[in-house]
Design a protein around this ligand. Structure first.
Ligand SMILES: Cc1cc2nc3c(=O)[nH]c(=O)nc-3n(C[C@H](O)[C@H](O)[C@H](O)COP(=O)(O)O)c2cc1C
Length: 409
């Protein structure tokens, strides 16, 4: 009988949970919620497909903690129990096969596009370098406390619905990462200034959730290794934040990088050494592993089974995060665990129109379209040209009619 590879090894977390293997589906915004950011049955279909695909852990796409502040159209929000029954079905489906499911929690802060949000908020009133976003208003102290409460309320509801954990979205330029960045957070009060102050928001969010969900519920974070921006959050600072969260008891740290202003999850930006090891943030993960005792996951660039096995065997990481490969092949984890020499067939997505190809939206649309197909019980359709998926996704958004004028009830 074939010896199981290291990807099959279980991993025990501090909260007492054991993840059955080392393959994790990383967060991908599903973009299938209603225009009012409500949960739909498609989540159940989609997550059962991914659970049957064999990953040990499924991290959901980002779930908004406030439906009036969304990062993308048709992103789901959980603020109260109005969708509780469907949330329960979603969690149950995702746990098929002994899989763990964590919901990724997000508040986009100022990175909320103007067709969704006319009044974005941020640690400081510093605009983003893009016309897509309205310049933000600086958060008041009491509003910061309210957002911490929102993260906590969402976590409590998700725990009650059956999710095994939550992951804070602290990467990619959203609110948590805006607080961490000296470029985007220039507050003069206890929430800004030195790193201790800038990390207060994420620490308070963590502590508030932990107090309410207890020690046995997993809480993780996705964090940038750095913002790769002049005057932004540095690698040294990221290590210090991870150390502090480790000391607070966080269950897992996933490393990523970049933001809307500066996307780094694309091959063009890579050093030769990184290209050889496939994953983008492995050098940072190695440093991090020497700094923290909580498990470390890297997402971004992993494609071949051999690179994944090497990253685990050399102890650069404890878990392998995969996003785009699982949008085109939900069964990939089973293949990685059971066959030899497996490689994901993810390829760069192009339309043939140079301007469009340079935009992140084109690639995201293509993968979003695959995810929507799976949520409808269909297979991914990888032969679709990039331009068609942009059109299909735009049509889908229009059909669901996401509008800014949502009404608080
Ligand atoms: C369609 C799509 C949606 C994404 N949505 C999220 C998200 O909601 N939260 C998040 O942290 N990352 C999100 N990402 C980034 C992925 O989690 C991941 O970090 C990135 O795609 C690099 O990993 P990969 O090379 O395995 O695809 C998304 C990526 C794609 C392609």
């Amino acid at each position: 009988m074939k010896k199981p590879n290291i990807l099959s090894q279980p991993l025990k977390l501090r909260c007492g949970t054991t993840i059955k293997n080392r393959v994790c589906k990383s967060a991908m915004n599903e973009a299938i919620a209603t225009g009012e950011s409500r949960v739909v049955r498609g989540f159940e279909v989609l997550y059962e497909t991914w659970a049957r695909g064999g990953a040990g852990l499924l991290v959901t796409g980002n779930v908004m903690v406030d439906r009036f502040h969304a990062n993308e159209p048709l992103a789901v929000a959980v603020e109260d129990k109005r969708d509780f029954l469907i949330l329960q079905l979603w969690a149950k489906a995702a746990k098929t096969n002994g899989t763990q499911v964590w919901a990724q929690l997000n508040h986009p802060g100022k990175q909320s596009p103007k067709f969704l949000n006319k009044e974005p908020i941020a640690p400081s009133a510093i605009p983003l370098a893009s016309d897509m976003f309205v310049p933000p208003r600086e958060l008041k102290e009491e509003e910061i406390q309210e957002i911490i409460e929102k993260f906590t309320t969402t976590s409590i509801i998700l725990k009650e619905a059956g999710f095994d954990g939550v992951q804070l979205h602290g990467a990619h330029g959203y609110l948590i990462s805006q607080f961490l960045s000296p470029k985007h957070n220039q507050r003069q009060d206890k929430w800004g200034g030195n790193l201790d102050n800038r990390m207060r928001f994420v620490s308070e969010v963590y502590k508030s959730i932990r107090e309410k969900v207890g020690k046995k519920f997993a809480i993780g974070i996705k964090l940038n290794s750095s913002d790769f921006q002049k005057g932004g959050f540095t690698q040294e600072e990221s290590l210090l934040v991870c150390k502090a969260l480790d000391e607070l008891g966080i269950d897992m740290i996933e490393i990523s990088g970049g933001s809307w202003e500066n996307p780094v999850n694309r091959k063009g930006h890579l050093k030769e050494s990184t290209k050889n090891r496939e994953a983008y943030f492995l050098e940072f993960a190695e440093l991090l592993k020497k700094t923290v005792s909580t498990p470390v996951m890297v997402t971004g660039g992993f494609r071949s089974q051999s690179a994944m096995i090497e990253a685990l065997e050399t102890k650069a990481v404890d878990l392998i995060g995969l996003a785009r490969p699982l949008a085109i092949d939900p069964d990939l984890p089973n293949k990685l665990l059971n066959d030899n020499g497996v490689t994901s067939s993810v390829m760069p997505i192009t339309t043939g129109i140079k301007k469009l190809d340079q935009m992140a939206i084109m690639e995201i649309s293509w993968y979003t379209d695959q995810i929507r197909r799976m949520s409808e019980g269909k297979e991914p359709k990888t032969k679709v040209r990039g331009i068609w998926s942009v059109i299909e996704v735009l049509f889908h958004f229009w059909q669901r009619g996401q509008v800014v004028k949502k009404v608080r009830v």
